[in-house]
Design a protein around this ligand. Structure first.
Ligand code: MRU
Length: 371
């Protein structure tokens, strides 16, 4: 499986609207095995989202939308759809795309006659993926402008390669198409810019080491995995030209909620004068809130994810081992909030915007519209 910039749909999410059938790449087994799952009901979609077989804000939005299509096929009444929507929205609390996609499906279905709802829902899932694909393509173009300018600085010209640092996974495994944070990287590589990515391992689930590194490798992009606490060191030595991360929820004032550890990268970037960009579709902006630290619910996951580490032995079989004292407890916060003042710019399908309420306000009218 090779990630090519020409892709319009990610192989992580394959939806057949005619049969109303879904196939998703099981990310819990990557990079060791490529398995596909076929969720076929609301309960299946809730399970694959909660267990993180699928993850990444835009992708879980699409899977939740497919869940609404399965609900409409089983019982298209308003009551049944409302019950399905509540289950899907509760499956993970932090990423806003999930609620956005479910509410989008609900609005489309409410407007359709009962007998036509199942078909309308399936068509809408595909339309959402198409629109997301267009967003990824635009994010790639806008991000390319930034990377091109950086590639032309004396430091990068002398080194001969542009160093991008990313956290977590915000590529085609996390979206319906090329990705958000990684889309500009794929686009820059396709444009002939020599690019290398520092990949934070992203404890405790290791989305960087397991998913981003695999995805970049499949796409032929040079990369190095670094321990989560290495970024400040790299930046002090001038080895990071730009940080680009994704977002699970961004407030109307530009605060960015993303995978735990993102805030620390932003602090290190600010201290070292490294530009810190966030790439996101407008569906990730939560217009109902301004203060991300106070208002965003941060998902807390099972302590075992921190107390244990999972990997594969030489036989390729996944195993977990405990690496902490048996008596120790752990806290497992899955996301954090980077205040807008630390964000150089938000790269979305409509351009590059300053992270503040005044700059973002015009996007409210076009959010949800195709780019
Ligand atoms: O817990 P996850 O793996 O779903 O978290 C994903 C992230 O934090 C991503 O960086 C974010 O969703 C952006 S995805 C384009």
């Amino acid at each position: 499986m090779t990630a090519l910039p020409g892709w319009e749909r990610s192989p992580a999410f394959v939806f057949d609207a005619t049969r109303c059938a879904l196939s998703v790449l099981d990310q819990a087994h990557l990079p060791f095995e490529q398995r596909y799952l076929q969720p076929g009901s609301v309960a299946d979609c809730v399970r694959v989202i909660r267990e993180m077989n699928v993850r990444g804000a835009p992708l879980i939005g699409l899977v939740a939308a497919a869940g609404m299509a399965f609900a409409a096929r089983a019982d298209a009444s308003d009551a049944a759809l409302a019950a399905a929507a509540a289950l899907l929205i509760a499956s993970r609390p932090t990423a806003v795309n999930l609620r956005w996609a479910v509410e989008d499906l609900q609005a489309v279905l409410r407007a359709a006659p009962l007998a036509a709802r199942a078909e309308a829902a399936a068509a809408r899932v595909l339309a959402l993926q198409r629109s997301e694909s267009a967003c990824c393509a635009r994010i790639a173009e806008h991000g390319l402008g930034i990377l091109r300018a950086l590639a032309d600085t004396p430091r990068v010209r002398e080194r001969g390669v542009l160093n991008v640092l990313t956290h977590c996974n915000a590529g085609w495994l996390a979206t319906g198409a090329w990705g958000t944070a990684l889309a500009p990287v794929y686009r820059a590589a396709a444009a002939g810019i020599a690019v290398h990515v520092w990949v934070d391992e992203t404890r405790p689930r290791n989305q960087g080491a397991r998913l981003t590194a695999w995805e970049l490798g499949e796409g032929g992009i040079a990369h190095s995995i670094v321990a989560d606490n290495c970024a400040g060191h790299l930046m002090q030595r001038g080895l990071v030209d730009v940080c680009i991360v994704g977002s699970d929820r961004t407030t109307r004032a530009g605060d960015v909620c993303n995978k735990i550890g993102t805030y620390q990268k932003a602090l290190a970037a600010a201290d070292n004068g490294v530009p810190f960009y966030v790439a996101l579709p407008c569906s990730t902006i939560d217009w109902t809130i301004a203060d991300g630290v106070r208002e965003i619910e941060i998902e807390e996951r099972d302590a075992s994810e921190v107390l244990q580490i999972e990997g594969a032995g030489a036989d390729g079989v996944l195993r977990s081992v405990r690496h902490a004292p048996l008596a120790s407890r752990a806290a497992n916060f899955a996301f954090d909030v980077t205040p807008a003042r630390l964000v150089t710019g938000l790269i979305c399908e409509h351009g590059v915007f300053a992270a503040n309420a005044a700059a973002l306000a015009p996007l409210r009218a076009v959010a949800g519209a195709a780019p």
